[in-house]
Each structure stands twice: as structure tokens, then as C-alpha cells.
Design a protein around this ligand. Structure first.
Ligand SMILES: [Zn+2]
Ligand SMILES: [Zn+2]
Length: 479
């Protein structure tokens, strides 16, 4: 007889590693395709905190105020702070990065934490030049003083008339002054800010910054498109690089694992796994293309993203074809003399197996593989686990086969029932278990209709504002 050494097949070794890698890739893809969205959403983060940057309550990112109005408006804010403790911030931005003035103001307010902590007596006047929008965002503590209606009136009466004529400095000065006086008057201390109300004494409205003056508006928008295209091109490049890089890594490690398998059955198994990875990629790629097309006009980015799963699939299928061909012609090298061993054919191999082992092979739970060396006569035996049958709880053999029969068919309106029979195919074992279970309704899926509210996490911003909060109160106007 042969001198068999038992080598058990490593259970789902390839499957587990493949799915792990596929999962990592999936997250990388998700991360990459959300990057353009995140970049747009992070515009609020780009606005510098004026108190931290220059010790002022005014941040003129849009460059519409000029030094004279910055000083005048800051003076209002300083006086308001001294008289009442309330904090007023006046911020101008070029644009809102695609979001609404309400959303932008709320997030900026939260980030700066305008108003004293606990009192939430903050006020933000946000101005967006390109969007031609202005908003007063009111902290919790001032909502009874500056109501939504009051905010709207302040904007209508003091801001909009000037802003509509592009007199941004005057408009923001006027509305800041009116808002500050409203807060001061209601503060209960009878505080007055002692501000001059003579428009004739107001400084001249500074000229808009050069880029807005540009006569060639098409050139401006073209360069904006180009910038947006570049923004979408970079994440596509990263996406494509990540997909191809990971696929390469994955193919490489799959080949390595394939090469370490000594039994033929495991090689065949290794050569036919890994489809899940590619399926994930094919799902993620169209999403990436849609996102990239929506966020930028550059064609090469989405094209690269669309091509990457195709290239990965070709690469992978070529590798798999090679592994399959290799597995088909595979001959185990003899451990003793190194020459190619012969696989004992199934019918002859059956004579070498016990009744239980034959039952396992027949049920599809195990494959027993017997090799013999034509030169030195050494033999080697492998036991490889297969998935068609599972372990029997009684005889412990991999001979348990599950069958199910529908009792009540599931429909789109209700679930069904089925009978499940777990029967052991080992002739020396009589284990049978019959039970019923309900089946899912057709097309049923867990739909989450719950609306997630605003996150109420306290931001730990290092602003020199007091840390006040707003609850979305205030008003916005377009001009
Ligand atoms: Zn040999
Ligand atoms: Zn059994």
C-alpha cells in the first residue's frame, strides 16, 4: 500500500482573504468618489476665523468692504461686545460652494461658535458675492430679540437697498449697525452703542476687486470650469490608481496563494474564486462616473473611472484563465524524489477510501485526492473541504445535505414558508432533521425612512468667539 500523509485542505482560505481585500477596495472606492463632494462641503472650513486671524469681528473674504468699512463694522461689533457681551460677526465670501446661504451660515456659525458659551448670544451676518445672497444667522439666546421676522426686516430695510446697487460696504455696515442697535436696545441694560447715523459721513464704497470687473465673463467661467474639471480629474486619477493598484496587488497575492496550494482540488478552487471583488468594482464605477460628471465638466476623469473596472476585469480574467489551465495540467512534485506524481483516477481512488469518505465525496463535502510517485512509489493524500455538504452533528462527517421545499410561496405582499430537510448521506448514520421556516417577502428590503436631524455635536473649534450656538434662526435675502 501507499505511504499516505494526510494534508487537510485549508478551509475557505482564499475566500476569506479575497473578501477582505474586496472590502478594503470598496471602502477606498467609496472614499475616493465622495472626495469631490467632501471638497465642496468643506468650503465652510476654508473661511478663516477673523478673530483668530486678525483680532477682528469682520472677515472680508470676498474683498468687497475695503479697510474703511472693515474698521467701521468692526467698531460696531466691538462696541456691542463691550456693552452687552453679545458677539456679532460679519463675514463675506465669494461664493457658497454650491450650498445654500442658510446651510453655509449655520455651519459657519457652529464652526466659529459665535456668542458666549451658555448664553448663545451670537449673531452672524453672512454675505456671498457671486450668489448675491445675505443672511442673518441668530444664536439661540437672541432668537427672542432678533426673531426671524425681525431679521427679515433688518435685511429688507438696511441691507438690500444698498446691496442691490452693489454698495456692499454700505449695506453691510447699515445692517450690522441696525442689528447691533436692536440687540443693545433689548439687552435690558439700556446700552447704547453711540453710533453715528449720518450716511453722508459714510466712506465711499470701495471698487469691487479686479476679477469681478473683468469684461470677459466667458473667460472667467471657462477658467472656473477648468478648475472644476481638474478637481474631478484628480479624484478620478486616485480612483483609477487605487482600483488598478489593488487589483494588481490582489492578483499577485492570489497567484501566491494559488502556488502554495499543493492539492489539485484546492488549486481549482483558488482559480475560480474572487468574482465578488469585481462585482463590487462594477457597482462602484458607475457611481463614481455619475458623481464625477456631476461635479466637474472634464471628460477624462469619468472616462478613466469607467475604464478602470474593465481593465481590472481583463487583468483578472486573464490571470484566472492561466491559473485554471495550470491547475488542469498540475502534477504534484514528489516530496521524496522530486519527480511529477500521478493522480490516482477516481474509480481506482475509491478503493482506497472508507465508506464514510466515499459518502463525503459523493455528498460534495470533501474531496480526497491520492497521488503516487511513478519513480519511488511514495504516495501523498489530500483531504480538501468542499462546500456542497456540511458537517453532520451526529457522525461529524461532511455528509450533511440540505434540501428545502416551498410550502407557501412568497409574494410581493406577504412572506412564504418552506420546509427544510437536513439529511446525513453517510450510510452508517441516520441523522435527519426537518423543520420549517418563513421566507422573505419578494422585493422587501429594509428602507430607512428616518430623517437624521442636525448633528448636535459640540464643535471644539479653537475660535476666540465664545462658543455660542444657533438653531437655524434668522433670515436670508437675495439682492
Ligand atoms: Zn518519488
Ligand atoms: Zn451523519
Amino acid at each position: 500500500m501507499f505511504d499516505y500523509r494526510l494534508r487537510s485542505g485549508r478551509k475557505k482560505a482564499t475566500g476569506a482573504n479575497f473578501s477582505k481585500l474586496a472590502l478594503v477596495t470598496f471602502f477606498v472606492i467609496c472614499f475616493t468618489i465622495t472626495m469631490p463632494l467632501a471638497a465642496a462641503a468643506e468650503r465652510v472650513e476654508d473661511v478663516p476665523n477673523p478673530l483668530a486671524a486678525s483680532g477682528q469681528y469682520v472677515g472680508d473674504g470676498a474683498g468687497v468692504l475695503g479697510p474703511a468699512y472693515i474698521d467701521l463694522i468692526n467698531d460696531i461689533c466691538v462696541r456691542l461686545k463691550q456693552a452687552t457681551g453679545s458677539e456679532l460677526a460679519v463675514i463675506t465670501v465669494r461664493d457658497l460652494g454650491g450650498t445654500t446661504v442658510e446651510d453655509f451660515a449655520e455651519r459657519l456659525f457652529k464652526r466659529f461658535g459665535i456668542g458666549e458659551k451658555g448664553k448663545d448670544n451670537g449673531l452672524l451676518i453672512l454675505f456671498a458675492l457671486d450668489d448675491r445672497a445675505v443672511r442673518i444667522e441668530v444664536g439661540y439666546g437672541l432668537e427672542s430679540v432678533v426673531t426671524d421676522a425681525q431679521s427679515g426686516r433688518l435685511l429688507d430695510e438696511h441691507a438690500v437697498p444698498f446691496l442691490a446697487r452693489d454698495e456692499f460696504g454700505r449695506g453691510l455696515f447699515a445692517v450690522a449697525k441696525a442689528a447691533a442697535e436692536t440687540v443693545a436696545a433689548a439687552s435690558g441694560t439700556g446700552a447704547t452703542l453711540g453710533l453715528s447715523a449720518d450716511p453722508a459721513a459714510w466712506p465711499e464704497q470701495p471698487k469691487p476687486v479686479p476679477s469681478a470687473e473683468s469684461s470677459d465673463k466667458a473667460a472667467v467661467s471657462a477658467s472656473a470650469d477648468k478648475a472644476a474639471g481638474r478637481a474631478s480629474f484628480v479624484p478620478s486619477l486616485i480612483l483609477t490608481g487605487a482600483v488598478l493598484g489593488l487589483t494588481g496587488l490582489w492578483v499577485f497575492s492570489a497567484l501566491g496563494r494559488f502556488g502554495r496550494k499543493r492539492s489539485k482540488a484546492e488549486r481549482v478552487k483558488a482559480a475560480s474564486s474572487g468574482v465578488g471583488y469585481l462585482v463590487l468594482m462594477w457597482i462602484a464605477a458607475p457611481v463614481a462616473v455619475i458623481v464625477l460628471l456631476a461635479t466637474g465638466g472634464f471628460v477624462l476623469g469619468p472616462l478613466l473611472s469607467a475604464l478602470s473596472p474593465v481593465v481590472a476585469t481583463i487583468l483578472w480574467s486573464k490571470t484566472r484563465k492561466g491559473m485554471k489551465a495550470h491547475a488542469a495540467n498540475y502534477r504534484l512534485p514528489c516530496a521524496s524524489c522530486g519527480s511529477a506524481m500521478d493522480l490516482i483516477p477516481e474509480d481506482m481512488d475509491d478503493a482506497q477510501l472508507t465508506t464514510e469518505e466515499l459518502a463525503e465525496e459523493k455528498a460534495g463535502g470533501m474531496d480526497y485526492e491520492l497521488w503516487t510517485c511513478p519513480k519511488c512509489g511514495a504516495g501523498e493524500r489530500f483531504a480538501v473541504k468542499l462546500g456542497k455538504a456540511s458537517g453532520c452533528p451526529k457522525c461529524k462527517r461532511r455528509t450533511l445535505v440540505r434540501a428545502s421545499a416551498t410550502l407557501v410561496a412568497a409574494t410581493t405582499s406577504h412572506g412564504g414558508r418552506e420546509r427544510v430537510v437536513d439529511a446525513c448521506k453517510n450510510p452508517k448514520c441516520d441523522y435527519v432533521k426537518t423543520w420549517e421556516r418563513s421566507t422573505a417577502r419578494i422585493g422587501s428590503s429594509s428602507s430607512s425612512s428616518g430623517r437624521s436631524g442636525f448633528s448636535s455635536s459640540s464643535s471644539s473649534s479653537r475660535s476666540s468667539f465664545g462658543g455660542g450656538r444657533s438653531g437655524g434662526g434668522g433670515a436670508s435675502r437675495r439682492f
